[in-house]
Design a protein around this ligand. Structure first.
Ligand code: NAD
Length: 467
């Protein structure tokens, strides 16, 4: 069985205490590998390496940084099939989805980013001053398990391009994909210490990362519950913080909407990755008079999502990632029934291969409509008029994503009223490098595109004598 080490200062090393964590596949509960379980001592070593590398790395010409990033992406592309296999094995997501979304989309997005950064200005001159973009310094990146490659690369690559050094702490549930990232960094030839990988428990390493005096920024993607604690600790130590957290996004159907487009888009986000997607459109807001028609169409369409072995190419949904995910979904289905919602489709799952579940007659104040379930569970909520649809959509502690389908002008007007970081208007397709992030408890800051890159710089104004 593979034993994966930490990657500190350009070397693969054991954890200081020699401890390891088993990585268990959700497909068959087999142990895939043991990964090093980092300690506080390892954090110290990684921070020292990152800090030391900073002095040289920040002054490496931008063109060289772009070339290293290209080599990094080349390595990942050369190993696409193996990385996809790793993701399917440790996450359980269906192979076709893993290829197209978990791998290809994220790689394309980063390739596009390198083009977007062509001509990026680190110094802009204004009357009386120059605005200089400095690296923030040492950046701790803490990432979740549900998009194990993309959530890492969309942090580390922009951070490195802006001249920062990085310490990556991936999820203990999907650390093997993170090891591919370390291999790609190593193969690309990045200088020692600019990238360090610490696998291990967030509950143990979190405090060291958020309080360490030589870590200058914490960028976190994960649950709102953990994120609020991480942010509070990091801010107490006045670190720069970005937070990409949970969601409970609404898909609004207006009269005149293309129902096929709207329902396909909504169900795709709820079902693919077994609903383990932060931006899933899990609240479907429907005009009262269209409710019956929408329900009938949902019943037909949901049959298209086949659940099964994730390596089977006919399957759209693999198992959920863990037993705790399964338990959470079961618990919320019981809560939904208890609250008086009606099961339109599906049932409480018997095992990890969770089939889609559709609740109807849902009220927006029910727990199943307010909490992030993080499984393939859709809530159908009816509304009387457009004002009510807007207010229901905004009546959430989250504000991550959303969608509006209807006549274009009206749909755009509704979208502009929504308090959320992303909104699809009459479209199902996603473009690369659209800034992504949340309002309210969905987070702070943005990832992707130039806005995402700018999170990784400090602005310094050099004030010059006036002519
Ligand atoms: P999580 O919050 O449990 O864990 C995220 C990371 O934080 C993991 O690496 C974990 O080890 C670490 N961690 C745990 N306790 C910590 C602590 N005390 N201090 C520091 N780090 C700690 O989240 P998860 O279950 O891995 O991921 C699912 C969540 O992530 C969902 O809520 C989902 O909505 C969210 N998510 C958000 C986005 C986004 O871009 N907004 C993207 C993907 C996932």
């Amino acid at each position: 069985m593979n034993k994966e080490k930490l990657y500190i200062d350009g070397d693969y090393v054991d954890s200081a205490k020699g401890r390891t964590i088993a990585v268990v596949s959700p497909i068959n509960q087999e142990i895939l590998a043991q990964v090093a379980d980092a300690t506080k001592k390892d954090v110290e070593l990684a921070v020292l390496a990152a800090k030391n590398s900073q002095r040289v790395w920040k002054n490496v010409p931008f063109l060289e940084k772009i070339q290293l990033a290209s080599k990094f992406l080349d390595y990942l592309k050369e190993h696409r099939d193996e990385i996809v296999k790793t993701m399917v094995e440790e996450l359980g997501s269906a192979i076709t989805f893993t290829e197209s979304t978990q791998f290809d989309f994220y790689i394309r997005e980063l390739e596009d980013l390198l083009e977007l950064l062509d001509g990026f200005e680190f110094i802009e001159s204004f009357r009386g001053y120059d605005m200089v973009k400095d690296p923030v310094g040492v950046v701790a990146c803490i990432t979740p398990w549900n998009y194990p490659l993309g959530q890492i690369t969309k942090k580390i690559l922009p951070a490195l391009l802006m001249g920062n050094s990085v310490i990556l702490k991936p999820s203990t549930q999907t650390p093997l994909t993170a090891h591919w990232v370390a291999k790609a960094i190593d193969a690309a030839g990045y200088p020692r210490g600019v990238f360090n990988l610490l696998t291990g428990k967030g509950s143990r390493l979190g405090d060291c990362l958020t309080t360490h005096p030589d870590i200058n920024m914490v960028t976190f993607t994960g649950s709102t519950e953990v994120g609020t604690k991480v942010a509070a600790s990091a801010m107490t130590h006045m670190k720069r913080v970005t937070m990409e957290l949970g969601g409970k996004s609404a898909s609004i159907i207006l009269e005149g909407a293309d129902l096929d487009l709207a329902l396909d888009k909504t169900l795709d986000t709820v079902c693919y990755n077994s609903g383990q997607t932060c931006s899933a459109l899990t609240r479907l807001l429907v005009p009262e008079k269209m409710k019956h028609q929408v329900e009938q169409m949902l019943l037909e369409k949901v049959e298209n999502y086949k659940v099964g072995h994730p390596f089977n190419r006919d399957v759209q949904m693999g198992p959920v990632q863990s037993f705790s995910q399964l338990e959470k979904i079961r618990n919320y289905i019981a809560i939904g029934l208890d609250e008086g919602a009606k099961l339109l489709y599906g049932e409480s799952p018997k095992d990890m291969k969770v089939k889609p579940v559709i609740f109807t007659n849902v009220k927006n104040n029910m727990k199943i409509a307010q909490d992030e379930i993080f499984g393939p569970v859709l809530c159908v909520i009816s509304y009387r008029d457009t004002d009510e649809a807007i207010s229901l959509a905004n009546d959430s502690e989250y504000g991550l994503s959303g969608a509006v389908f209807g006549e274009q002008e009206e749909a755009t007007a509704v979208a502009r009223e929504l308090k959320t970081g992303n909104i699809f208007v009459n479209t199902a397709s996603k473009t690369t490098n659209v800034p992504f992030g949340g309002f309210k408890y969905s987070g702070v800051g943005r990832e992707n595109g130039i806005e995402g890159v700018l999170e990784f710089v400090e602005l310094k104004a050099l004030i010059n004598p006036l002519d």
